[in-house]
Design a protein around this ligand. Sequence first.
Ligand SMILES: [Zn+2]
Length: 155
Amino acid sequence: MQLEIDGWRLRLTFSAAHVMIGHKRCGRLHGHDYAISVRLDGEPGKDGVILDFGVLKDIVRGIAKELDHKFLVAKRHKNVAIKNGRVTMRSGRSTYEVPLADCAVLDIEQTSAEEIASWVGRKLRAKLAGRANLSRLQVKVEEGMGQSVWLSVKL
Ligand SMILES: [Zn+2]
C-alpha cells in the first residue's frame, strides 16, 4: 500500500531565497515558494495504518519550518564561506553577504530542487528509522507549482 500527503493542499510549504551558484539566469538572488509531498510504501501495522497522517505531517512541517523565510545556503559549494556569523557566497560577478541567522545552511553542493529533495529525504529517513512496516520513501520537492523533483529511497 502507499500513503501520500500533498504539500500544496496541506500547506507543507516554505518560501525561501536562493542562488544557483554559477548558473547564468538562476545565479542571481531570487526566491520560490516550495512544497514538500511525501509517499510512503508499506503495510499497515497492528494499529491499522502505515503511519499516522498527523505524525507524518508534523515531521514534514518541522522540516519546512527550518527552511521557511530563509536564504538557502549550499555549504559544500567552494564559493561559499561561513565565518564570524556571516555567510559569503560568490556567484558570477556578484558576492552576497548574509547574516548566518537569516540562512538555512544545508549540507549540499547546490540549492537545486534535486539537492533540496535529497536533504529533505535524509532528514525524513532519519525520523522514520525503526519503523519496520515501511519499505520505500518518496519525497517530492516542488519549486513553484508544476515543476518538481521526486526522490525515491528504500527504507
Ligand atoms: Zn531558483
